[in-house]
Design a binder for this molecule. Sequence first.
Ligand code: LLP
Length: 425
Amino acid sequence: MSFQMRDGVLHAEGVPLPVIADAAGTPAYVYSATALRNAARSFVEALAPIARKQLLYAVKANSHPAILQTLAAFGFGADIVSGGELAAARAGGIAPADIVYSGVGKTRDEMAAALDAGIGRFNIEHEREGEVLSALACARGVRATALLRVNPLVDAHTHAKISTALRDSKFGIPYPDAAAMYRRLAALPGLNLQGVAVHIGSQITELAPLQAAYRRVGTLVAALRAEGHRITHVDLGGGLGVAYRTGEPGADVAAYGAMVACETADWDVTLLFEPGRFLVAEAGALLTRVLWVKPGQPHPFVIVDAAMNDLARPALYDAWHEFAPVRPRGPERFVAHVVGPVCESGDSFARARTIDRVEEGDLAVLATAGAYGAAMASTYNARALVPEVWVDGDRFDIVSDRTPAAMVRPQRLPHGMAVSACVPA
Ligand code: LLP
């Protein structure tokens, strides 16, 4: 198991969280290798009915090399969106052939570097990108294997900021225009266009929008074939959601696998999948310490040492993460705001939430923080990037260090400005 109570103390697998707090300090991200492997296994098992497939992990969710390596052992390659993620995927031991380059704003340099690294395929988002990729490939005497990303115009019923297939979304080519665009791109000499890609959004817990999107893709594939295109690959993207609130369901991955098998039964293609959150969200928690309990009307503020720069999801998407003490003090609960130290009212993890009683100095966790947690951290308020701790069974390792509290990257003064006498040497 991953995070559970034992003898009144919350553990990550076999390790009591206070032991981790002593070793790494707080705040800190804690990852459970077992939870990660369990999620990977359930995804792989759910897709067992699909014979021809390629599994890719969306590196943006969490790019720690230990996560990439663990997932690679289950057969996952990588879905990347930047040169930095290419480096992360390579550092995680993913072979270039098992990497797919997605993203709406690839630079020429990034595309060139990806071609030079021999990465497997590109998901093209618009015409100019295809033309430039073709030219870069021709200059190297190769053809870039590619898919065209299509916007199926389906509302994913998730937060607007993580919906990607609305009418005004920046991603892909709207499906009514997709066949014409495919024709133009397929004629480019440097591209080996093999099919289409789709991704409608993230944290999707109902299957209906995904199913609707895949149906449109199926229709498009048939239309492209009728025009004589050879379609061998379709990328179905990521997006499966998890349960952030106790008692709420996440996506049913087995039902997803069955739905995909059914919808794609006569497609005769290799299917690609790009899950991110589903694999890593539940494997991570943000360990934090209560700094103060400040009285407030009508509710007190529980001020913790983690903040929006460490875990941005609540501030950005009003996302819910369960807040739970590491050593619960008893059955009594109270209503409080849980907030961080950053100087913005948006630095809030829970508003008027009924939580277990906590006091100054107590440890607590913000749960389900393995996806888009550390990956989206910043150094706002000149705060440190927090350490990451890897737990596997009874063993833990600190797998990234806290950065120095201030000046996280060297900065220089411009010409003519002298170092102030007040700045310590
Ligand atoms: N493929 C593409 C092309 C994507 O854009 C994404 C996510 C994925 C795959 C993986 O999606 P997932 O399986 O993780 O849902 N920061 C936001 C989520 C942004 C998702 C961006 N794209 C959050 O914290 O909710």
